[in-house]
Each structure stands twice: as structure tokens, then as C-alpha cells.
Design a protein around this ligand. Structure first.
Ligand SMILES: *[C@@H]1O[C@H](CO)[C@@H](O)[C@H](O)[C@H]1NC(C)=O
Ligand SMILES: *[C@@H]1O[C@H](CO)[C@@H](O)[C@H](O)[C@H]1NC(C)=O
Ligand SMILES: *[C@@H]1O[C@H](CO)[C@@H](O)[C@H](O)[C@H]1NC(C)=O
Ligand SMILES: *[C@@H]1O[C@H](CO)[C@@H](O)[C@H](O)[C@H]1NC(C)=O
Length: 623
């Protein structure tokens, strides 16, 4: 039994939407290259692997294909929104979700990245009711939830969010939540200052959503933490569910959360957070992991303790979690206030998730991940906004949490963050009084009972457990190996020039240029089954976010997106980057004549696929 689940836990998860998108894309690239016969061979599945070590992005493992009953699901769609679906289905170009067709698209895409740090072009083309794969373990589909009597207020705070992405979040909640369990959806606009966002959202909400969706606005910018308190105070449902403003909830996401809270109102529960790729909006399932932290008070994902996933039931049972990631969780409304909501003295963002986690555990509650509840979340590589005055709110907030909850263990924090000793953190008196009033446990108790896996400096882990960790890491690496399909030179069609790196093949950040074809390492690109192009099997070709920059060599991150490339033939083919929506081209100075020998040393750039500078390439197989 155990052996059969190990690969499950260590592998990759694949999503249906991914290949739908890719298939469309693949097929629709053909007009660009009218001179070649299009071969509609099947597209390899796109899969994503991330090594199972703690990371700030959830790790994605295993090639479990969730059962995906498309027909049954479509019936649930709200009828009066069918119109939008027809439009997108009938318009073939709509299916090229990321394809940049002109400078207007290019502007939408690049403005989107700078404002929101995700691909707004794709989001704007994606249906509000798109199908996402059912990423739950198959056991979850057999569970029945009867006698659910608590209803929910879903609270979604946003600040300068991309409206389409926000609307898709709300639509998915309305589509996937039984009406009787959804008391209301509160959208809290934290005084967005972007162009007219509030008005646009207000108009859309009035026209398209039922009355239970309400738009609220804070009087001034409060930051995520106080905006959530603001929303919670207006809420009247029995359970509060906080969601980020760029999510899509999965099937039966709310039932298992409510069921668990009904068992005991002191249980605070979170769904598994699946990944929506910020470049492509591909939906990928996350494995079962749980929340931890390090002594710098940074949240991290930990793998589950050994042997915790042995039977089918283990994939369904609640998982104890020392901390939560913070974006998404459900809590009984009155209990949220009983235990002191959030620390309203914290600013904007950061650290509040650890603070509430410590408080829940130390003051008599319990924090759990519910594997049968899944919510997709757009993971961005950076936060697109800061605090209003540029303050480091993460440090400020972490210090407040440390001074209230860490007792003597605060020294471990200062050991990692000596700079934080002299930073001010405001008045934590009220929070310390709250802790005394609720007669909470000590941090020492928390470490011993909830998070014994955290290494306390000075108390070294014993040899046995160290050895175990090593062998675990090794078995993970085994699954981390790349699957190379073939190795090629990428030759500019009709020339004798090939794509090579301008520096050593080991040099991260190298740009690419055309060099006379020769079988040197600098020109040997190994293509993986995930569409990566890996130079000398070391670094991946990565498209820039903006067409103003050039493609470069980067560490392979296994997350697809800007490192995922498509070409539909081996001869005279464009090379398309899925996330960039752009094709591999050469600097426009040389476009008049691709056969011009003077093109040597011309830089390789990203261009709109229909532009003349979008070169055609030959993939010359190296045996
Ligand atoms: C959308 O498609 C459905 C089924 O294909 C059809 O019944 C309906 O009339 C279409 N709506 C529009 C506005 O074209
Ligand atoms: C949610 O529960 C409250 C309290 O029982 C009730 O007043 C309200 O009508 C319920 N909402 C829905 C949508 O059933
Ligand atoms: C609820 O859980 C807490 C611990 O988290 C426990 O102390 C309490 O007894 C439980 N209450 C019920 C009614 O089971
Ligand atoms: C060392 O770790 C192993 C595994 O975690 C445990 O079984 C053992 O009791 C530990 N030994 C000591 C001396 O703490």
C-alpha cells in the first residue's frame, strides 16, 4: 500500500485545462506558418514538478489525473452566462489565450504584469466560468455531506485587483457553492486607487451578481489585515471564509470546511491551495503539504510527517497544520472575534498568518488543512504593491507577533534577524493582555505539541532523523530528473546560423544570439517533455515578462510558464512561448534577409508571432 502511494506523493499532477489550452494554442499556431503542412499530432501532457523541499510556492507533485466529469459539471453553470461562453467557443482566436496579436495586446499584457504581476491578457480572455480539473483525491468524491446547517460569509478583500480576475473569483464561488450554504459574498475594496476600479466593480456587481454579493469600501487604505477585520464585522453568516481576490474554488470546496467546523467551533480550517500559473492561468493541483515557519518568522510549506499517507482515508482526513499560509481559511464567525480577530496594530500585509496560527493553537483551538477542499490561487513571483509609505511591514508585523507569542524563543528570531532588535513595533500591550486573559499556552508548549519538527538551534536533531531526511531527499531527487525528448541545434531557417548563449552554458542570465552552427555545447538544446529547452542540459531558456527584454538562460524552475516553449514542426517553424504569447525572433535590424550571412551575432529576442521579425527555425536533431 505504502509503495503505491509514494509515487503519488512525490510525482506530478496534471490538469485537463492545461492541455485544452495548449491543444488550442498548438492547433491555432498553424496560420502563422502557412507554408508547412500542419501535423495535428497529440500534444504531450504538460506536467509540473517541484522538488518536495520547503518553498514559498506550494510544491506540485505526482501525475495523478483527477477524474474529470466535464458534462456533469457544465450542467451546473448559470444559464444566463452561457452567452459569454458561446462567444469564446465560436471565436477561434479566443482560444489562443496568451497569444499577443498586436501592440494593443502587448500593452495590456505588459501593463498587467507591472500592475498585477500576472498575465492579465490571458485572464481577460479566459471565461468567467471556465472548467478547472477536479483535483481532489478520488476518495473525496465518495463523501456525502448531510446536515450542514452553518452558512458562510465569503470575504474577499482587494486592492487594485484586475477586475476580470476578481469577477472570475466571485463567479467560481457562486457556481461551486450550494445557495443555502452561501449567506453572502462580501467584496471589500481596500480603497483601490487604480483607474476607476471601484466604479467598474460596482457596475459589474449590480448588473451580473445576485444581491447576496455586496461591495463594501474602506474609508481609507487599511491594508489586508484591517480590511479583513472590516469585512468580518459586516458579515452576518455563521462561518467566515476569507479568500484572496485571484482564486477559483473547486468542486464541493465549502462542504468539508463547514462539516469540520460543525464538529467543533474551535477548529479553524483551510483548503489545499492549488496553483493557478500566473503566466498561463493553467490550473495545477498541489500535493498534501502543511504550513510551517522558520526562525526568521517566514511561512514555509513542510512535507507531511513520515507514514502519514498510508491508506486512502489518509488522503481525506484533516491534517494538523502548525501554521497557515494566510490567504484562505474558514473560521466560525463568533470564534474569530472570541479569539481576538487579527492584531489590528499590524500594517498592510505580512506576519499576520503566523500570529493568528500561534494564537489559535496556543489559546485552545486547532488549525487544520482539509484535503477534500481545494481552491486554486494565482501565485505571483512578486507582490505588485507595497505599503503606502514604503515601510517594511513584514518585519514590523513579525516583531509584533514575536513580542506577544514567542516568550524566550524570541532570541532565536533575533539571532536570524539581528537588525530587527532596534526596529520599533508599536504598542503590543493590548495583545499581551489578550493572551493573559485567554490563559493561552506557552510557546514552549506549542513547539513540543504542535510543531516538534522545528529545529531549535542548540538542540540538534539526533543522527537517526538526520539520516532519514537525507534518504528522503534522495528519493525525491529521483522523481526530479528531467525527461529529455531530444537534443537539437536551433537553426535559423535558410541560414547556417544557430541559437547559442553569449556566455558559458553555466552562466545564468546569458542572453542568446546567432552563431555559425557548430556542435558545441553552447548550441545544444535539449527539449524536455514539459516543453523546456535546456542548454547543455544545464539551464533553461526563459522568456522575459516584457518584450523589451531578451530571452535568457535561467535555472529551470519546473513550473512551465515562461520556460515552456512550443514548436509544431521540426522544419521552418515558429517557436512560441506559452506564457509570453510571443515567438522567438531576431533583432529587427537583420530581418530583410534571413539568409544574410551578416546576421552572425544578431541578438535573439521575443516578437509578436505575426511580425516579420518572428523568425522560422529548423530543429536539427543531434543523434
Ligand atoms: C449558446 O450555445 C447554446 C448551445 O450550443 C445554444 O443553445 C444557445 O442558443 C447559444 N447562445 C447564443 C447566444 O448563441
Ligand atoms: C444563514 O444563517 C442565518 C442564521 O441562521 C440566517 O438568518 C440566514 O437566513 C441564513 N442565510 C441563508 C442564505 O440561508
Ligand atoms: C473542541 O476542541 C477543543 C480542542 O481544540 C477541545 O478542547 C474541546 O473539548 C472540543 N469540544 C468539543 C465539543 O468537542
Ligand atoms: C532520535 O530520533 C528518532 C527518530 O525521530 C527517535 O525514534 C529517537 O527516539 C531519537 N533518539 C533520541 C536519543 O532522541
Amino acid at each position: 500500500m505504502r509503495a503505491s502511494y509514494k509515487p503519488f506523493f512525490l510525482g506530478i499532477i496534471f490538469t485537463s485545462i492545461t492541455w485544452c489550452v495548449v491543444l488550442y494554442l498548438y492547433v491555432s499556431l498553424s496560420p502563422i506558418n502557412s507554408s508547412t503542412t500542419m501535423k495535428h499530432h497529440s500534444v504531450p501532457f504538460i506536467v509540473t514538478v517541484k522538488e518536495g523541499k520547503p518553498s514559498t510556492v506550494p510544491i506540485v507533485i505526482n501525475n495523478y489525473l483527477g477524474e474529470f466529469d466535464q458534462d456533469a459539471h457544465s450542467k451546473k453553470l448559470v444559464p444566463h452566462f452561457k452567452a459569454k461562453m458561446n462567444k469564446s467557443a465560436s471565436n477561434n482566436l479566443e482560444a489562443n489565450l496568451g497569444l499577443v496579436r498586436n501592440s494593443e495586446d502587448q500593452k495590456i499584457r505588459e501593463d498587467g504584469y507591472s500592475k498585477h504581476a500576472f498575465n492579465v491578457l490571458v485572464s481577460s480572455r479566459l471565461d468567467y466560468h471556465r472548467e478547472i480539473p477536479d483535483s481532489r483525491h478520488k476518495m473525496c468524491q465518495t463523501l456525502k455531506y448531510s446536515k450542514l446547517y452553518l452558512n458562510t460569509s465569503v470575504i474577499i478583500c482587494f486592492y487594485n485587483e484586475d477586475p476580470n480576475t476578481l469577477f472570475r473569483t466571485v463567479h467560481s464561488v457562486l457556481d461551486q457553492t450550494p445557495a443555502e450554504l452561501l449567506h453572502e459574498v462580501l467584496l471589500v475594496d481596500d480603497s483601490s486607487d487604480g483607474e476607476n476600479i471601484h466604479n467598474e466593480v460596482e457596475e459589474f456587481v449590480g448588473k451580473n451578481f445576485p444581491p447576496k454579493v455586496q461591495l463594501l469600501k474602506t474609508a481609507k487604505r487599511e491594508g489586508l489585515i484591517r480590511a479583513r477585520i472590516f469585512g468580518a464585522k459586516k458579515a452576518t453568516g455563521q462561518v467566515l471564509i476569507f479568500l484572496d481576490s485571484h482564486c477559483e474554488v473547486n468542486r464541493e470546496w465549502v462542504q468539508p470546511l463547514i462539516a469540520r467546523i460543525q464538529e467543533n467551533r474551535t477548529f479553524v480550517v483551510t483548503p489545499i491551495i492549488d496553483i493557478i500559473n500566473s503566466d498561463t492561468f493553467q490550473y495545477t493541483s498541489s500535493p498534501l503539504v502543511r504550513g510551517g515557519f522558520n526562525w526568521g518568522l517566514h511561512f514555509k510549506w513542510d512535507s507531511l510527517p513520515d507514514d502519514s499517507l498510508k491508506t486512502n482515508e489518509d488522503f481525506v482526513k484533516p491534517i494538523l497544520s502548525p501554521t497557515m499560509a494566510g490567504g484562505l481559511f474558514a473560521i466560525e464567525r463568533e470564534y474569530f472575534f472570541d479569539i481576538g480577530e487579527y492584531d489590528a496594530g499590524m500594517n498592510v500585509w505580512g506576519g499576520e498568518n503566523l500570529e493568528i496560527s500561534f494564537r489559535i493553537w496556543m489559546c485552545g483551538g486547532r488549525l487544520e488543512i482539509i484535503p477534500c477542499s481545494r481552491v486554486g490561487h494565482v501565485f505571483r513571483r512578486r507582490r505588485p504593491y507595497g505599503s503606502p509609505n514604503g515601510e517594511d511591514t513584514m518585519t514590523y508585523n513579525s516583531l509584533r507577533a514575536a513580542h506577544v507569542w514567542l516568550d524566550d524563543y524570541i532570541e532565536h528570531f533575533f539571532h536570524v534577524r539581528p537588525d530587527a532588535r532596534r526596529v520599533s513595533y508599536g504598542d503590543v500591550g493590548p495583545r499581551q493582555r489578550l493572551r493573559r486573559l485567554m490563559k493561552c499556552q506557552s510557546f514552549d508548549w506549542y513547539l513540543k505539541n504542535v510543531y516538534p519538527e522545528l529545529t531549535v538551534p542548540g538542540k540538534e536533531t539526533n543522527q537517526t532523523s538526520k539520516k532519514e531526511t537525507n534518504s528522503k531527499l534522495q528519493s525525491r531527487r529521483k522523481y526530479h530528473r528531467k525527461n529529455y525528448v531530444s537534443t537539437y541545434q536551433i537553426k535559423l531557417s535558410g541560414s547556417h546560423l544557430c541559437v547559442e548563449s553569449d556566455k558559458e552554458v553555466t552562466s545564468k542570465g546569458s542572453t542568446l544570439l546567432l552563431g555559425v552552427c557548430s556542435k558545441t555545447k553552447k548550441q545544444l538544446w535539449s527539449v524536455t517533455d514539459k516543453g523546456e529547452m535546456v542548454l547543455a542540459q544545464m539551464l533553461c531558456m526563459e522568456s522575459p515578462e516584457s518584450s523589451k527584454q531578451k530571452p535568457r538562460l535561467s535555472k529551470c524552475h519546473e513550473m512551465g510558464g515562461l520556460q515552456e516553449w512550443k514548436h509544431h514542426d521540426d522544419i521552418d517553424t515558429p517557436v512560441y512561448n506559452i506564457a509570453a504569447g510571443l515567438c522567438l525572433g531576431i533583432s529587427s535590424s537583420g530581418i530583410q534577409d534571413f539568409a544574410n550571412p551578416n546576421l552572425e551575432n544578431t541578438p535573439v529576442i521575443m516578437t509578436v508571432c505575426t511580425d516579420t521579425s518572428a523568425a522560422k527555425w529548423d530543429f536539427v536533431k543531434i543523434p
